[in-house]
Design a protein around this ligand. Structure first.
Ligand SMILES: CC(C)(COP(=O)(O)OP(=O)(O)OC[C@H]1O[C@@H](n2cnc3c(N)ncnc32)[C@H](O)[C@@H]1OP(=O)(O)O)[C@@H](O)C(=O)NCCC(=O)NCCS
Length: 178
């Protein structure tokens, strides 16, 4: 367990935790994104959080998947992919912040900030130069959150999931030079 702030801890996710992660995302994802989808996001969750896909992401050697604990309860999760590069940026040492989701009951309490600050410190310590991430254009909360932390727009793409409503498909990439 890694204590990153008062009341906020990180617990590396292990293969035995697949069901817990699936249950958590069944709760968290629709609260933020169901309106993006014709099926409220059921296909996306079942696909991205299938046992097979989680185990594949857990087996990636350069990545770490964490549960976020707030007041000793699991309330979120995210991945860190060390060395994954953002196309178009020249810096050698880059790290991707991936799939950061916090439970709605625990949003806007500073947990996200402590995670981003922790990762920035870790990355600086390891001499990384860039942190980057993907964020959906129509998710204003995430957009403002990263903007306030000094993350800059880099580029965008459009997701091609048939079940995603067309106006919601734009995904931005944001980065910060450390
Ligand atoms: C986005 C998310 C990670 C942020 O974490 P959090 O713990 O809620 O954020 P914090 O409490 O640390 O900070 C919130 C900041 O965003 C700002 N913010 C949030 N929504 C905002 C909005 N609609 N407009 C302007 N600012 C907003 C707050 O003002 C605050 O900034 P400040 O304290 O510097 O003024 C979290 O809310 C979340 O998981 N949301 C749902 C899933 C999601 O969208 N994940 C992102 C995937 S890329």
């Amino acid at each position: 367990m890694i204590a990153i702030h008062k009341n906020v801890q990180l617990q590396p996710i292990l293969t035995k935790d697949v069901l817990v992660l699936q249950g958590l995302m069944q709760n968290i994802y629709p609260a933020a994104y169901s309106h993006f989808w014709e099926d409220d996001g059921a296909f996306y969750i079942n696909n991205q959080y299938s046992e097979l896909h989680i185990l594949k992401e857990l087996s990636q050697e350069n990545a770490v998947y964490y549960f976020v604990l707030f007041n000793n309860e699991i309330i979120g999760n995210f991945r860190v992919v060390w060395g994954e590069k953002l196309s178009g940026l020249s810096q050698e040492k880059q790290v991707k912040l991936h799939r950061l989701y916090l439970h709605p009951n625990c949003q806007n309490k500073g947990v996200g900030k402590s995670i981003v600050s922790w990762l920035e410190e870790e990355a600086s310590f390891k001499n990384y130069q860039i942190i980057w991430l993907d964020a959906m254009d129509k998710q204003e909360q995430a957009f403002q959150f990263y903007k306030k932390r000094g993350y800059k727009y880099h580029a965008h793409t459009f997701l091609d999931f048939d079940l995603m409503h067309v106006p919601f498909r734009k995904m931005n990439q944001f980065y910060k030079v450390l």
